[in-house]
Structures are given as structure tokens and as C-alpha cells.
Write a protein of this length. Structure first.
Length: 154
């Protein structure tokens, strides 16, 4: 197959509007996994010492060594500084739950960055996990969910 034919075939493959795994590079996979375990999350059966995965109901969050992750992605170094530019958002079931969830995250080893705060849209706060990944805990009345608590985005 000629290069142009391969490119044309590649461009014809549709990219579904979904993510399957959110991959987080961490300093120590086991220590980070213990943090998520202490939040009450259960490890997937195919997790192992170098790769721990949590089922999030149709997609997953996975932990891998920052060093292994950066090498796999072709980066010379795993070091970064400043604002990460990415946050993972957990949508709480009520405004009161925002504060409770942030408290649980801190008790589990996370760092509170912003306490539960009334916003123009609802209530939100931020914490950072032990590896510096930014999480927002948010409650807004506008969000709707299925019976099994999957976000309805329409």
C-alpha cells in the first residue's frame, strides 16, 4: 500500500466521541493506588505493580510510573512545573456532598486547594492527589444522570 493510500485509509476511520482510559503518570504506583483505594475505589482485576486501573463505569482511570509514561510517549524527561492545564471532574449528587468528598480526599492524603465554594453555577472545590493531579468536585443542578449515575450530556 502506498503512503498516500495508507493516509487516506487512516483518515476514513471515524474517531468515536469518547475516552476509554485516563492515564495518570505518578511517582510511585503503589502509593498512589493506596490513595485511590482509600477513597473507596476498587482496583480492576488486571491491575499489577506497574499499572493499576479503576473502572469508572464504562471508562477507567489508570496509574503508571511517570518515568515509564514519559518514555512511552517519547519525552526526554518526566519533569513538569506549573499549572498542569488538566483537571478531572467528579460531579457530586448534592451541594453538601462536595464538602464531604473534599474532606475524604484530604483524609486520604490529597491536598485541598480550594474548599467547597458557592459559584455562579453551584458549589465546587479542588484537591490535588499525592502526585499533583488536579481534581474538581462540583455540584450543579443542571447536570442530569441516568439511574446508574452516568452523566447525560444532551
Amino acid at each position: 500500500m502506498a503512503n498516500s493510500d495508507a493516509l487516506a485509509e487512516y483518515k476514513s476511520i471515524p474517531l468515536a466521541q469518547r475516552l476509554h482510559i485516563i492515564l495518570l503518570g505518578v511517582k510511585d504506583v503503589q502509593k498512589s493506588a493506596e490513595f485511590y483505594d482509600s477513597l473507596g475505589w476498587s482496583r480492576a482485576k488486571d491491575s499489577h505493580s506497574g499499572f493499576v486501573k479503576y473502572d469508572l463505569g464504562g471508562f477507567a482511570i489508570a496509574l503508571i510510573s511517570k518515568e515509564d509514561f514519559s518514555k512511552d510517549a517519547g519525552y526526554a524527561s518526566s519533569e513538569r512545573s506549573g499549572f498542569p492545564g488538566v483537571a478531572l471532574i467528579y460531579l457530586a449528587k448534592s451541594a453538601d456532598d462536595v464538602k464531604k468528598i473534599l474532606k475524604k480526599a484530604v483524609e486520604s492524603g490529597g491536598e485541598l486547594l480550594k474548599p467547597a465554594t458557592v459559584t455562579p453555577y453551584g458549589v465546587a472545590g479542588y484537591f490535588r492527589d499525592p502526585d499533583g493531579h488536579l481534581f474538581e468536585v462540583d455540584y450543579e443542578e443542571k447536570f442530569r444522570f441516568t439511574e446508574d449515575y452516568r452523566l447525560i450530556t444532551e
